[in-house]
Design a protein around this ligand. Structure first.
Ligand code: UDX
Length: 460
């Protein structure tokens, strides 16, 4: 590790695992380069700081309307909230407290080199950083292709692609090939104008930043990165995949459940297991849950399935499975509430990843050479799925609208037998490209050197 005494970076993640994980990985990368890191984290979804002992954590309290009212960000209020409404509420509630918390960070013994904020926090964070004379970079936790689509929202609205009309789902978006209208990164919401506002603020906030840090790599998204770069005109640092930097870090402490999962995987044949997980935010209906369960059973492949508590709407966990279902599957299937996904994907028993195509999951699968079954649910996941299936050709699609047990059985069998015609081989090639980009003279390593110089140039 390099010593860079007295240089501190402040980070402000969006408080969801799909955003926090890459931010904390980036913190690790900076720490490895000798910087100190302070994480300003919302009181909402506060992680356990003891799991990240290298970093200083500061909790940002949020604005409440009045002391007597129920907290609008309490678990009971937010658990059923539309994601767009929740993000809007987070942005409103934390804007001023963030500004104050950030201001309190300057003037200490260490020089604050810059702020790195999640792109979704938008322009407010730029204003707050400007006020105290600190440069701001943004972290984009998603891929470049989806960002190009977000940046095109005004055009897509002008041309009538947005809002999406059900009668035009299969039409190609000629301005964003190979995306079809159904792949545009929207989300089902009661407040479509709010969604456009959040996306616009993210894109405009990125344009006025001092640079964008991407969790992607050049050999995966060269064209999309070029496209974004020409539109945004700010310095770009594509240094991903973040989680593959610093292989020398000590292994994370394992829980009893982690050991049980590893034991179960150790008993399975090589490349025989279907690992299914739909990220940290998506939720499904009970009927979909049952179709997935029967489809997996009927495919006759062992499966490891992450079912988060309340992932199935209206239920706590697995209670909607028919009586005796779990006992009958015995060791052929395993339901868990959460796993160490990086470890699971790296296990030789895993043959395919049935995923919602969140960007982290997509990169993590590619980095282990594991082909994917793609069931995107919302926003960037649709774009990622299109690239996985049509551009990189390392997965097969299983659309949510077509998710019945027969189709599931068919797709699972096809991917596991690699009827997708070389899916695994192509995925292993992409894994190699990621390794090349991360190697000493690879594009991600060079970009990281440039990023470090860029950050150090702020206070000179
Ligand atoms: C969200 C969006 O849905 C996604 O599209 C966007 O790109 C980032 O924010 P999420 O839905 O949680 O993320 O998906 P994903 O990006 O895949 O991130 C999930 C993270 O949680 C991954 O890093 C994954 O390794 C981790 N995870 C998930 C676990 O460690 N264990 C699990 O059981 C499930």
């Amino acid at each position: 590790m390099e010593e860079r005494k007295g240089k501190r970076i402040i980070m402000f993640p969006l408080p969801f695992p799909g955003h926090f994980n890459p931010m904390i990985q980036l913190a690790g990368i900076f720490h490895h380069r000798g910087f100190s890191v302070t994480i300003l984290h919302t009181s909402f979804n506060l992680p356990d700081p003891s799991l990240h002992p290298h970093f200083t954590f500061r909790t940002i309290p949020h604005n409440k309307e009045g002391e007597e009212e129920e907290d609008p960000l309490s678990k009971s209020k937010t658990s059923s909230m539309d994601l767009v409404a929740l993000i809007r509420l987070l942005k409103q509630s934390y804007a001023e407290p963030f500004r104050q918390s950030l201001a309190a960070e300057v003037g200490g013994e260490e020089t604050v080199c810059c702020l790195v904020s999640d792109a979704i926090w938008g322009k407010n964070t730029e204003v707050a950083a400007e006020e105290i004379g600190v440069g701001r970079m943004v972290l984009r936790t998603g891929g470049a292709a989806s960002f190009c689509a977000f940046a095109a929202f005004p055009l897509l609205k002008d041309k009538g692609y947005l809002p999406i009309q059900d009668s035009r789902l299969e039409e190609l978006v000629t301005e964003l090939p190979p995306l079809k209208i159904k792949d545009l990164p929207v989300i089902e919401t009661n407040e479509p104008e709010e969604l456009y506002g959040i996306v616009n603020d993210m894109v405009e906030g990125a344009k006025i930043s001092s640079g964008i840090i991407w969790n992607t790599f050049e050999d995966l998204e060269r064209l999309s990165l070029m496209d974004c770069s020409s539109k945004l005109q700010v310095p770009f640092f594509h240094i991903g995949p973040f989680h593959k930097h610093n292989d020398d870090l000590p292994p994370k402490t394992k829980s009893k459940e982690d050991y049980e999962i590893t034991d179960w995987l150790n008993k399975q044949d090589s490349q025989s297991v279907v690992y299914a997980s739909f990220g940290s935010l998506a939720a499904i209906e009970e009927t979909e849950f049952l179709e997935i369960a029967w489809g997996l059973i009927n495919s006759e492949r062992p499966f490891l399935w992450v079912v988060r508590p309340r992932f199935v709407r209206g239920t706590e966990w697995l209670e909607s499975l028919p009586c005796g279902f779990i006992e009958n599957i015995g060791h052929k299937g395993k339901f868990v509430k959460w796993v160490n996904q990086l470890e699971v994907l790296a296990h030789p028993a895993v043959g395919a990843f049935w995923t919602h195509c969140g960007w982290n999951s997509t990169l993590e699968s590619i980095c282990e050479g594991v082909p994917m079954i793609c069931t995107p649910c919302f926003t960037d996941q649709h774009v990622n799925a299109r690239y996985i299936v049509d551009v990189w050709q390392v997965g097969m699609v299983l659309e949510r609208s077509n998710m019945n047990r027969k189709e599931i059985e068919k797709v699972v069998r096809s991917v596991m037998m690699d009827k997708g015609d070389g899916l695994r081989e192509r995925c292993l090639k992409l894994k190699e490209r990621a390794d090349v980009c991360l190697s000493k003279d690879g594009s991600s390593s060079k970009c990281l050197d440039e990023l470090v110089s860029h950050v150090l140039s702020f206070d000179s």
